[in-house]
Design a protein around this ligand. Structure first.
Ligand SMILES: Nc1ncnc2c1ncn2[C@@H]1O[C@H](COP(=O)(O)OP(=O)(O)OP(=O)(O)O)[C@@H](O)[C@H]1O
Ligand SMILES: [Mg+2]
Length: 368
């Protein structure tokens, strides 16, 4: 009992110290703004390396991802050819981390980087066309676009890093034979010696597993401190007297950067206490901006429903009922699939239903 009250006291003291640090930090930022802020970066952004091509958007300022970005950049820069699969739930920051990796000085110094959004890719042919387009190459030079792409990549004078973003979109389409066809493209790309792939994908398994030797990296939720830093980077005027309510709000976000960002954007004319009350009523439907067209970036509901409506979730009759059960367990399923079996939920194949939910990125296996 004594130990626990001691720990509580230390925790309270740490929260106070942290509040003061945040206040000092925002005073320093107000007085000495970051000189690089506001300088547009993005396409062909790398000015320090004249020969380097950076056909990628600029990354957001990332909180709590230094270790994973450094680890992935280290893999890209070491002598061995590596292909990285960044996996995790929707809105956890896979695209942002991929952008952080190709923004790394070592990575962009040694490689030409290209970024391909795959959310509108509907076949192997459109994937190849999108890559050629990202490289500003003409796809009609040759009868076979894949051959054309391979020739372009093999002829490149510098090593290439190719980011295929949101690969779950084409991978989970209902089109017959889509996975073998996409596997063939990935296998061919992965075998080109000077090329390294970074694929981002919702879920827990990389595409073309077994055909491409992936370095798999799972993104975990943000810890409490980076979650707070992210919120306060968007709303630096949050008063320390609101920090208790802020911490309660952040607990509701489960370390999901998209949720934290949307929540912070909602705070413009409100307080954290008021937001907390709104949350109790509206839950995740609260999390959207008032942007006229809703998207995975501006609405938590849209982001979640993209995974809910994926072909594997629609195909498996028990997947959504199982997800509903998991959502009602505040601590998740600590006992794994055995716990679900013991609960005798009446599903035909609980293993397969769980694999579908995990594979669609609607739940994740925690490290511990
Ligand atoms: N570590 C972070 N620090 C600051 N902002 C972040 C971080 N991670 C993600 N974000 C922000 O959260 C939002 C969602 O991130 P992102 O698009 O990278 O997620 P995602 O996992 O790729 O989502 P999806 O599965 O929908 O593709 C973005 O607006 C991004 O700027
Ligand atoms: Mg993404």
């Amino acid at each position: 009992m004594e130990t626990s009250s001691g720990v509580n006291k230390i925790q309270a003291n740490l929260t106070d110290v942290y509040s003061v640090v945040i206040e000092i930090h925002s005073l320093i930022r107000a007085r000495f703004p970051d000189p690089t802020e506001g300088i547009p970066r993005g396409v062909q952004a790398n000015t320090s390396e004249a020969a380097s091509l950076q056909y990628v958007p600029a990354p957001p300022r990332l909180y709590g991802r230094d270790i994973v970005v450094r680890a992935a950049a280290g893999k890209i820069c070491d002598a061995q050819q590596r292909h990285i699969a960044l996996l995790g739930t929707g809105g956890i920051g896979k695209t942002s981390v991929a952008l952080g990796v190709v923004d790394d000085l070592g990575v962009k110094g040694q490689n030409d980087c290209y970024f391909v959004r795959c959310d509108t890719v509907i076949s192997d042919l459109t994937l190849v066309a999108s890559i050629l387009q990202a490289m500003e190459k003409n796809s009609s030079d040759n009868g076979d676009p894949m051959k054309n792409l391979k020739t372009c990549l093999e002829a490149a004078s510098r090593p290439i890093v190719l980011v295929l973003d949101n690969f779950e979109s084409p991978w989970s389409l209902d089109t017959p034979n889509i996975q073998p066809r996409l596997t063939e493209v990935l296998r061919t790309l992965a075998a080109i010696p000077k090329l390294q792939l970074i694929v981002t994908m919702r879920g827990n398994a990389p595409p073309a597993d077994g055909d491409v030797p992936w370095s798999v990296m799972h993104l975990d939720p943000l810890g409490h401190i980076p979650a707070r830093e992210l919120f306060l980077s968007i709303k630096p005027d949050t008063s320390p007297s609101e920090f208790k309510d802020l911490d309660l709000l952040l607990q509701k976000c489960d370390g999901l950067p998209l949720a934290i960002k949307l929540l912070a954007l909602l705070k413009s004319s409100s307080t954290c206490g008021r937001l907390l009350k709104q949350w109790e009523k509206q839950k995740t439907s609260l999390l959207k901006t008032n942007h006229p067209s809703e998207s995975r970036e501006t609405s938590m509901r849209v982001s979640i429903s993209m995974s809910l409506q994926s072909a594997p979730m629609r195909r498996h009759p028990d997947a959504i009922p199982l997800l509903a059960v998991i959502c009602r367990l505040p601590d998740g399923i600590l006992g794994g699939v055995e716990q679900l079996e013991e609960m005798d939920l009446g599903f035909d194949d609980v293993d397969e239903a769980l694999a579908t939910v995990l594979g669609s990125g609607l739940a994740f296996k925690a490290e511990n």
